[in-house]
Design a protein around this ligand. Structure first.
Ligand code: PGA
Ligand code: MG
Length: 226
């Protein structure tokens, strides 16, 4: 079955505001104010919790940034879980595109570097979890993106074949994952990294979700051995 696998943060949903809120809650608990700004730091938010904490501690000129990041990360996850869908919104047209793919017989799934439990919770709160045949998170397997194993698992658990699949994502991690799996990569061109995604040489840049179906039809092989 031909398959489209979606990244979550920055691809299906704009999670940046809630991610930054959770990171700032860590700094506030340390008496350090709120060094991250949702309007400016969304691109860092989409690189994950550790990247946000690192940026905040660097701005605060912390003397041992990596140790501080490691210490705060579990607290960040707790704060994030508490407000996971406060501001988070699916991108316009994303679910229409998923439904169109499903209607045409494609399998669809999710491969994210969010912890699986948080990704499950978020997709259920947004009311769209059951549209996806698989959900692989950062901790589902012993390795995470850009290792290709989570991607392959997302395809196979959705009922598809890797050689007839593609990944849609938003960062260099997704680009490298697709390359490692040997599949086409579409990167979204509507997020904070819009200016730089073309430089990652994806097979296509998606400006709006209305165009995804035609891209899948064009990029995904119709038959493959893998
Ligand atoms: O949480 C992260 O590190 C990024 O998550 P994503 O893979 O869904 O973009
Ligand atoms: Mg992402």
């Amino acid at each position: 079955m031909r398959t489209v696998i979606f990244d979550l943060d920055g691809t299906l949903a704009d999670t940046s505001h809630d991610l930054i809120g959770a990171a700032n809650a860590c700094f506030q608990a340390l008496g350090q104010g709120a060094p991250l700004d949702p309007a400016i730091d969304a691109g860092t938010a989409f690189q994950g919790g550790r990247a946000m904490l690192r940026l905040g501690f660097e701005r605060l000129a912390h003397p041992a940034v990596e140790d501080a990041v490691t210490a705060q990360f579990p607290l960040f996850l707790d704060h994030y879980a508490a407000g996971i869908d406060r501001h988070t919104r699916l991108y316009p047209g994303a679910i229409d595109a998923v439904e169109r793919l499903r209607g045409a017989g494609y399998a669809v799934g999710i491969c994210t570097n969010k912890p699986e439990g948080l990704a499950e919770t978020l997709m259920r709160r947004l009311g769209v979890r059951d549209l996806f045949g698989s959900l692989i998170g950062a901790d589902t397997l012993p390795v995470r993106k850009p290792d290709p194993a989570p991607y392959r698992a997302a395809v196979e658990r959705a009922g598809g074949a890797v050689g007839m699949s593609m990944l849609i994502g938003d960062t260099v991690t997704d680009r490298e994952t697709a390359r490692a799996a040997g599949v086409p990569c579409v990167l979204v061109g509507f997020g904070p990294a819009a200016a730089s995604v073309a430089g990652l040489a994806p097979e296509a840049v998606l400006g709006r979700y209305d165009d995804l179906f035609e891209l899948a039809e064009r990029l995904i092989p119709r038959g493959a051995s893998a």
